[in-house]
Design a protein around this ligand. Structure first.
Ligand SMILES: CC(C)(COP(=O)(O)OP(=O)(O)OC[C@H]1O[C@@H](n2cnc3c(N)ncnc32)[C@H](O)[C@@H]1OP(=O)(O)O)[C@@H](O)C(=O)NCCC(=O)NCCS
Length: 251
């Protein structure tokens, strides 16, 4: 009985009359307050201008009674534009440099409205956008960075089937202190990580095919035979092209 009361309450909370719309420059001051309540670092003013005016960004607001209670900002970029050191290898090598991926720059819900499904709704909107491809291309992976200590966000992303990609030592600087982070990835629209078993087998098979091991063996054997034949008195000397290049002397 108690259980059903809890479930009903939760369902009631989650059925908020939310509305969603894209952010615009008129939202900047309200956004600054929201971000202050959500993140441990201050974003510069130009960041707010950028995310509210540049069409590269998918910047969505969750509105409740005319107030912004949640925001999600994502950027679609090509695989080749992914920050090299940390995330450049999130996709299998079979995906070319122009493959689109999405980076979640920011996701925050006002503290008073958390655990009511608002971030999930915002994320679902992003996913719908990306799988229908109306305003965004069909990205193969969605990735993000999160503070290693931000357990609520990590639980939230794990619940959406994100997988941990990398431990990012001293990735953030907060109040002059280095803090560690993680990157998380969700594969979408047929995207996949490098070196899955099937790719490993396919790559090995294709590498072997390129090397043509049978031919190598035949070539090596014929060189061995020529080499030892040359040692016999009266035969011409044979020099391996490789050894010759390396400036080695052959008898
Ligand atoms: C992380 C954050 C965006 C989640 O927003 P939210 O609207 O509360 O999330 P939802 O209500 O959609 O939660 C969905 C599920 O995520 C998990 N979850 C979310 N917050 C959680 C928490 N504090 N502890 C444990 N699990 C949590 C739960 O499984 C939850 O489902 P449930 O409520 O049915 O158990 C919000 O806590 C936030 O704004 N945090 C500060 C900013 C931040 O850290 N952003 C992410 C930076 S990468």
């Amino acid at each position: 009985m108690e259980c059903s009361t809890v479930d009903t309450t939760k369902a009631r909370f989650k059925a908020l009359p939310l509305q969603f719309r894209f952010l615009n420059t008129g939202d900047i001051e309200e956004l600054k307050l929201l971000c202050k309540s959500c993140f441990p670092l201050d974003y510069p003013h130009y960041w707010f201008t950028l995310i509210t005016s540049d069409c590269r960004f998918y910047s969505l607001a969750a509105m409740l009674n005319g107030k912004i209670v949640g925001m999600l900002v994502a950027e679609v970029k090509c695989k080749c534009q992914v920050q090299y050191e940390h995330d450049s290898d999130i996709l299998a090598s079979s995906f070319g440099p122009d493959t689109p991926v999405a980076y979640i720059l920011s996701l925050g819900v006002h503290p008073l409205y958390r655990r009511k499904g608002i971030a999930t709704e915002l994320f679902q909107k992003l996913m719908t956008e990306m799988s229908t491809g109306t305003t965004l291309v069909k990205v193969k992976a969605i990735y993000l960075h999160v503070l290693a200590t931000n357990l609520s966000a990590i639980r939230f992303y794990l619940g959406l089937n994100f997988q941990r990609w990398r431990y990012l030592k001293s990735y953030y600087v907060i109040d002059g202190q280095f803090c560690d982070g993680f990157s998380y990835v969700l594969y979408t629209n047929g995207g996949r990580p490098p070196w899955s078993y099937s790719e490993l087998i396919a790559n090995t098979a294709s590498a072997l095919q390129d090397l043509q091991p049978c031919k190598i063996t035949v070539r090596f054997m014929s060189w061995i035979i020529s080499y030892f034949t040359a040692l016999l008195p009266g035969c011409p000397k044979v020099v391996s092209p490789t050894l010759h290049k390396a400036n080695c002397r052959v008898l």
